[in-house]
Design a protein. Structure first.
Length: 152
């Protein structure tokens, strides 16, 4: 015969096991060899950062989606989606990102309106793209590159 406390304990134990599985099974980061990067990511790095070497590649699995964080020896951090498309680039605070990684319309806006500044970060998501300038000003553009606002 089962006691009420035995049933509660078994239920609690099963709940804890399920929660542990969910928390550890959905979000995993793993250092991988650069040869495991998607082809598009390798091509992007060699085209835009030809003098930099890959220091580390981290494959991140979150919600059944793989992304790749790449750290170069010049301290630039890149993020790629599973197809190898770059969606985030962070440089050092005093280092200009290559003009070739910035969409042309965004680059032209910065060169016209902030000629003394340079871009140190670029990020694109599903609705817009943002850049950070060397003076820490953050600008937001739509996906087509039209200026929207200064982000505070």
């Amino acid at each position: 015969m089962f006691h009420l406390t035995d049933i509660k304990m078994k239920s609690l134990l099963l709940s804890m096991i399920a929660l542990t599985f969910l928390l550890t099974g959905c979000d995993k980061e793993k250092v991988i060899d650069e040869s495991s990067l998607p082809v598009g990511a390798k091509e992007f790095i060699s085209a835009h950062f030809p003098d930099a070497a890959i220091r580390q590649v981290i494959k991140d699995r979150d919600d059944l989606t793989n992304t790749y964080d790449v750290i170069l020896d010049n301290q630039v951090k890149l993020e790629f989606d599973k197809s190898g498309d770059c969606y985030d680039i962070e440089g050092k605070a005093d280092t200009r990102l290559p003009d070739t990684v910035i969409p042309l319309k965004v680059l032209e806006y910065v060169q016209t309106n902030y000629p003394e500044q340079f871009i140190i970060e670029w990020e694109k998501d599903k609705t817009d793209q943002e850049i950070k300038l060397s003076n820490r000003t953050e600008l937001v553009f739509n996906l087509a590159g039209t200026f929207l606002r200064i982000d505070k």
